[in-house]
Design a protein around this ligand. Structure first.
Ligand SMILES: NC(=O)c1ccc[n+]([C@@H]2O[C@H](COP(=O)([O-])OP(=O)(O)OC[C@H]3O[C@@H](n4cnc5c(N)ncnc54)[C@H](OP(=O)(O)O)[C@@H]3O)[C@@H](O)[C@H]2O)c1
Length: 259
């Protein structure tokens, strides 16, 4: 960029599930651009540590641009107030990122249907409830991007993680409809589908092989996809091909595989 290029307009961004490793990496990229950030997270100490780190990076002049809202996002009743508070702090919302999630133990979910339903709630129901509220809010404003982290796991049900996969599949299909519904309003809806990412969520999984990505790598893909107003972003991009192959396997064969 030449010295005469105009500075990019300051972006007003709210991140739900902001303490997630992927969301933190996104926040650092946006902070470098001078964005105003509202960070919504459940864990007070982790939220404070993230805000402190971003404020230090921003320096004295940018430090006032970082706000926190502590909230557990499972209770649906609190969502509307959070959207209102974030809007009050930001003035208007240019980007809303929904990042919260949990990776349940599939076998424990099979043994405990109540746990399975709680996981579907956290990863699916609460996410689509928030997405609907945010989508309608952005439409009323007449602009903005809604970016939601789903997963490649939502593209096809597999025996090893079908509770988590079903919740992510709900999110993916819901966003497809919301994107269609909001298109005329000018609101951009992005479905983010990461593959394997080395974060606290996958701490218990042995990590080897070339398919694992870092949260920073995934965050760069998310920020770029929002800038480009993409509809769906596989991150890293090679997952689009992998999932195309997995989805193309006939069910009669797929059901026999140990995936
Ligand atoms: N890591 C992967 O391989 C992978 C792959 C595909 C998709 N994803 C998705 O990427 C997103 C981010 O995950 P990550 O990999 O960055 O893992 P992470 O670091 O473990 O982040 C998960 C975050 O979700 C938050 N959270 C969970 N339940 C919540 C609730 N009820 N209210 C508020 N916050 C809640 C957690 O908050 P606390 O800090 O309070 O626990 C944590 O900050 C998730 O949606 C995940 O499903 C991850």
């Amino acid at each position: 960029m030449s010295n005469n290029s105009p500075a990019p307009p300051q972006q007003h961004i709210v991140i739900f599930g902001a303490t997630s490793a992927i969301a933190q990496a996104c926040a650092r990229l946006w902070q470098q651009r001078g964005a105003q950030l509202v960070l919504v997270g459940r864990h007070a100490a982790r939220l404070q540590a993230l805000a402190d780190d971003l404020r230090t990076r921003a320096g004295v002049t940018g430090a006032a641009h970082i706000h926190t809202l502590q909230a557990d996002l499972d209770p649906l009743a609190g969502h509307a107030t959070l959207v209102d508070k974030a809007t009050e702090l930001l003035g208007s919302v240019d980007i809303a990122l929904i990042a919260q999630g949990s990776l349940p133990d599939q076998r424990r979910c099979e043994a405990d249907p109540a746990l399975a339903l709680r996981e579907v709630h956290t990863n699916g129901v609460s996410v689509v409830h928030l997405a609907e509220l945010l989508g309608r809010h952005l439409a009323a404003q007449g602009h903005g991007s809604l970016a939601v982290i789903s997963s490649v796991a939502g593209d096809r049900g597999r025996q090893s993680n079908y509770v988590y996969g079903a919740a992510k599949g709900l999110v993916t299909l819901y966003l497809q409809g919301l994107r269609n519904s909001l298109f005329a309003s000018g609101v951009h809806v992005l479905t983010i589908k990461p593959g394997f990412v080395d974060t606290p969520m996958t701490a218990a999984i042995p990590k080897s092989g070339p398919l694992w990505a870092s949260p920073e790598q995934v965050a760069r893909g998310i920020v770029r996809a929002i800038d480009r107003r993409q509809d769906v972003a596989y991150v890293p991009g090679w997952w689009r091909l992998i999932m195309a192959v997995i989805c193309a396997i006939p069910e009669a064969i797929f059901k026999r595989l140990k995936l």
